[in-house]
Design a protein around this ligand. Structure first.
Ligand code: FMN
Length: 182
């Protein structure tokens, strides 16, 4: 079984990256594999609402980094949506990616996949309501299952690396999902 970990923070080695890393440690301890993508390394253009993905072979024809990402999303059993909270929502880069998931409405190719949310923020879990609600509804629409979340309170770069409780929560989530799946 394979996880695709999407890192929507511009800070490599930051809080999102650190928490996702611990989920992946737990996951690989159960013999599974993963691929991690830093979204800021990829060009992701905005959805143009051309509706091309609703006709014929239902593909997105915008020629950018998403053309490499689409097959990876389809091949994954679990997708981690890792994004710091920016203004009570996801980062702009993560939102660009989510908007571009539209072809999967018509193809149904994300149905049955599991999703994890990782969202650090300065204020902690109380700041995450709007993001969770937006993602939960979007996963429902795509036929995906929200299988877990890690919402940590952290502000400075990699501050969460000192929070043993959150790191354990992340590791345990990866390990328990890895034990229960396939
Ligand atoms: C543009 C911007 C907006 C932010 N908005 C919020 C916010 O609305 N609520 C909050 O608690 N933290 C907010 N933060 C703080 C980040 O969520 C926090 O520093 C997080 O730990 C960064 O994660 P990272 O290290 O993975 O990038 C914001 C940070 C930035 C740069």
């Amino acid at each position: 079984m394979k996880i695709l970990a999407l890192i929507g923070s511009p800070r490599k080695g930051g809080n999102t990256d650190t928490l996702v890393g611990h989920i992946l440690k737990g996951w690989t301890s159960r013999g599974h594999t993963y691929e991690k993508l830093y979204l800021y390394d990829h060009e992701i253009c905005p959805c143009a609402d051309c509706r091309r993905c609703k006709r014929g072979d239902c593909v997105c024809t915008i020629n950018d980094g998403m053309q490499e990402i689409y097959p990876k999303v389809e091949a994954a059993d679990v997708i981690i949506f890792g994004t710091p909270i920016y203004w009570y929502g996801p980062t702009g880069k993560m939102k660009l990616l989510i908007d571009r998931l539209r072809p999967f409405i018509a193809t149904g190719r994300l149905k049955g996949k599991r999703a994890l949310i990782v969202a650090p923020s300065e204020e902690g879990p109380k700041a995450c309501g709007p993001l969770i609600e937006m993602l939960r509804r979007s996963f429902d629409y795509l036929g995906m299952e929200l299988a877990g979340r890690v919402l940590a309170k952290a502000y400075e770069k990699a501050e969460v690396a000192e929070d043993q409780e959150e790191l354990k929560r992340a590791y345990d989530l990866g390990a328990s999902l890895g034990s229960s799946i396939g």
